[in-house]
Design a protein around this ligand. Structure first.
Ligand code: F6P
Length: 364
């Protein structure tokens, strides 16, 4: 049997379906399989700094494979390099990264498994450079991490968005309306474009292809001239008009990205004005982050969890697990986060959409 090791695991950033499947896989393979100690750290780096840590055994992960969310809790405001504290009644932002390192030492962790998206993996990379023994596990519904073919969470979010488009189709057709659907995805248009193609949308607006409202309106009118009096327009929350800026719900701050949202409503209002047609907007929002993970996401998350434990065994700290073709491999975290993964405006997926007659809002 391998020597008894002690590993910590935390989930950081926005949640997504499949996080519990990773936690389960790690606990089953490390604790039950190899006899290692597994410590669950609550609410990302918050739990490490505030000592909210508990041992995880196989009984703790029973029944969680099918559950969305994370039994450990998470936060997308927990960056140790920009840590908000109260001092003398005033709020300050400090660098708590050295405290994180000390905590890892005190806990005598052989490795810390950090499950996170782009933001959390950047934090993990910076901590690794300071000597933290981290193994990264990518997650996000946005699918914007280039080192891996796909992240878990994305398939479930895409299913939710596709099902929503399917449902909106019937009511759009009955009422001869333009239905605008706003999806998440931050600066990446994967959820919008893939669910738009899978759901048979007529226009898809994504951050990677700035749009003109007149172009979208013209595509709708041309459809109407062919007797199709309704249209479905999928808008990614990060989509921008040519020469415009992203629509923000809440400005960012230290360690916090701006919260996007609202472009769907703007597009719906503008299309109503330009076409004179009845228009409605549905914002899918956090529905895309919830629910039971699809079999694909359960499987990928489970493979990532098992491979991450193998990485610890192989002393591959500083690496992140990633899907490449048929295999789950390990790549340096620094390499994995170097470039975000975006939809290529002239790539195969965008071309597929265009060739089906789906308007991306940049050309008719
Ligand atoms: O990164 C995942 C994500 O759901 C994005 O698609 C979205 O922009 C953001 O998180 C929403 O964050 P919050 O949960 O803070 O509203």
């Amino acid at each position: 049997m391998a020597s008894r090791r002690r590993i910590g695991i935390l989930t950081g950033g926005g949640d997504c379906p499949g996080l519990n499947a990773v936690i389960r896989a790690v606990v089953l393979s490390a604790a039950s399989g190899m006899g290692w100690e597994v410590l669950g750290i609550e609410d990302g780096f918050d739990g490490l700094l505030h000592d909210r840590i508990r041992p995880l055994e196989s009984d703790d992960v029973r029944g969680i494979l099918t559950q969305g969310g994370t039994i450990l809790g998470t936060t997308n405001r927990g960056n140790p390099f920009a840590w908000p504290v109260e001092r003398d009644g005033r709020r300050e932002v400090i660098d708590a990264s050295r405290t994180v390192l000390k905590r890892l030492e005190t806990l005598r962790l052989d490795a810390l498994l950090v499950i996170g998206g782009d933001g959390t993996l950047h934090i993990a990379d910076a901590l690794c450079r300071m000597g933290a023994p981290i193994v990264g596990i990518p997650k996000t519904i946005d699918n914007d991490i280039s080192a891996t073919d796909v992240t878990f969470g994305f398939d479930t979010a895409r299913l939710t968005a596709t099902e929503a488009i399917d449902k909106l189709h019937t009511t759009a057709e009955s009422h001869h309306r333009i239905m605008v659907v706003e999806t998440m995805g931050r600066n990446a248009g994967w959820i919008a474009l893939e669910s738009g193609i899978a759901g048979g949308a007529n226009s898809v607006l994504i951050p990677e292809v700035p749009f003109r409202i007149e172009v979208v309106a013209q595509a709708i009118e041309e459809r109407a001239a062919r007797g199709r009096r309704f249209s479905i327009v999928v808008v990614s929350e990060g989509a921008v008009q040519v020469g415009g800026a992203q629509v923000v719900q809440e400005e960012g701050g230290p360690g916090r990205l701006p919260r996007l949202g609202g472009i769907g409503q703007q597009v719906a209002a503008a299309l109503g004005d330009v076409t004179g047609r009845e228009t409605r907007c549905t914002v899918l929002g956090h529905l895309q982050r919830g629910g039971s993970p699809t079999p694909f996401d359960r499987l990928l998350a489970t493979r990532f969890g098992v491979r991450a434990v193998e990485c610890v065994m192989e002393n591959r700290q500083g690496q992140m697990v990633a899907l490449r073709g048929p295999s789950v491999v390990a790549v340096p975290i620094s390499e994995a986060i170097a470039e975000p993964k975006r939809v290529a405006p002239d790539g195969e997926l965008a071309r597929t959409a265009r060739e089906l007659g789906i308007s991306l809002g940049d050309e008719v």
